[in-house]
Design a protein. Structure first.
Length: 401
């Protein structure tokens, strides 16, 4: 097996992975053969899965960068680089807390290299190990729910495998995340026991130990959107126009235009809309799709940030208040990246387009009619939009008896 080399550049912010023997010459051609001096006054601070070096740079006027060369396992050699304008360098990618050797080398503009300054380090517990200890996997409606804590926002993947008919574990789902409060769900499974194996992995290829779980999913089905219908409730806000009416939240056009939109400039806030599910059932969750026809809408504009979901079994249009409605959910949309308004990560875009689940307390009563009360949008505007809504739960007659 070929030795792989990874180059991490502190001043370019990029990572390159390739096999030895494929490196191409880049940059200025050599103009001398005088190597620079070595780094001095080196100090080391251990961090999760790595270390931070601080040092005094050599005085050479043509110094280009300092690089650290080290192996994170028998197959992978890593180079981490920092420019000549800083006096520190980070090494990462270690999968355990044993001792490792790191070579610090100064490189000049002619690509001459200094003799190596060698340091021994002992990384702190890698993120995949500490995060794996917080991992919880429990039965959920139609599948399972995985939850984990990632306070350092490390880039990790949660890999879930399922035991197949050949008694082999095969990939079921992979969740890529850097969110502090990580969450992943697997849906669409039958209500029979299934056997899962889970591990975490970082982008250096390090893996946590396997976790084994036997999960029996809770029964769940999607309510048939062909049975949904508009309800005109006293106090509800009218749509922007007939093309952006409430029927747009169940037309199957997830996030596209036209979507549902309330009008701006009414002076009414909060705003509510209502609809009929066409059948009575116990709600397990509501999946909300943002308006995503333009990335400028995602976690922005009139997409919902805070809202409530109310329900009732028998709706009486003669009653104008909220007395006949029961509050089911108090919902807050969470932006995975936590970035400021107008900035998005790939994970943000994926969540907006895949839909965000809001879980109903199983102790809440069955309902047939749904009322959504919009309290705050991501742009704090005067109107709100909904790309699509899916309702899940149990509407079998036996559950309602």
């Amino acid at each position: 097996m070929k030795l792989k080399k990874i180059i991490l550049s502190g001043f370019l912010g990029t990572i390159f992975l390739y096999s030895c023997g494929n490196e191409e010459t880049v940059g200025q051609q050599p103009i001398d053969n005088v190597p620079p001096g070595i780094v001095t006054n080196v100090s080391v601070k251990s961090i999760a899965g790595g270390a931070v070096f601080r040092y005094t740079l050599p005085a050479d006027e043509d110094l280009l960068y300092i690089k650290a060369v080290y192996s994170i396992n028998e197959e992978t050699e890593v180079e981490s680089k920092a420019s000549a304008f800083v006096d520190s360098l980070v090494v990462q990618g270690f999968g355990d807390t044993i001792q490792y050797q790191v070579k610090l080398i100064a490189v000049d503009k002619s690509r001459n290299e200094s003799p190596a300054h060698i340091e021994m380090i002992k990384p702190l517990t890698p993120n995949i190990i500490s995060i794996s200890k917080t991992l919880s996997i429990v039965p959920d409606f139609g599948g399972l729910l995985a939850i984990w804590k990632n306070p350092g926002r490390a880039d990790i993947s949660v890999n879930i495998e399922v035991l197949d008919d050949n008694k082999e574990y095969v990939p079921k789902e992979i969740f890529y995340s850097s969110t502090i409060n990580g969450k992943g769900t697997i849906r669409g499974m039958d209500t029979i026991p299934s056997y899962f194996r889970t591990y975490l992995q970082d982008h250096w290829g390090n893996k946590s130990t396997f976790r084994y779980d036997t999960i029996t999913p809770i029964y769940e089905t999607e309510f048939d959107k062909l049975k949904f219908a508009k309800v005109t409730t006293a106090g509800d806000i009218p749509p922007y126009n007939s093309n952006y009416d409430i029927h747009r939240i169940w037309d199957g056009n997830n996030g596209g235009d036209p979507c549902y939109s309330s009008p701006a400039g009414t002076g009414i806030w909060p705003q509510s809309v209502s609809f009929d599910l066409g059948v009575t059932g116990k709600i397990s969750r509501l999946r909300l799709f943002q308006r995503t026809s333009n990335t400028n809408y995602i976690f922005h504009e009139g997409n919902l940030r805070n809202f409530e979901v109310w329900g009732c079994v028998a709706y009486n249009p003669a009653e104008s208040g909220w007395e006949q409605w029961t509050k089911l959910m108090d919902c807050e949309s969470i932006k995975p990246s936590g970035l400021p308004l107008g900035q998005l990560s790939i994970e943000d875009e994926e969540q907006a387009r895949n839909g965000e689940d809001f879980i109903n307390d199983p102790n809440n009563p069955p309902v047939r009619y749904i009322r959504i009360l919009a309290k705050r949008t991501w742009a704090n505007g005067a109107n709100f939009q909904i790309g699509e809504v899916e309702i899940y739960g149990d509407n079998r007659p036996s559950v309602l008896q």
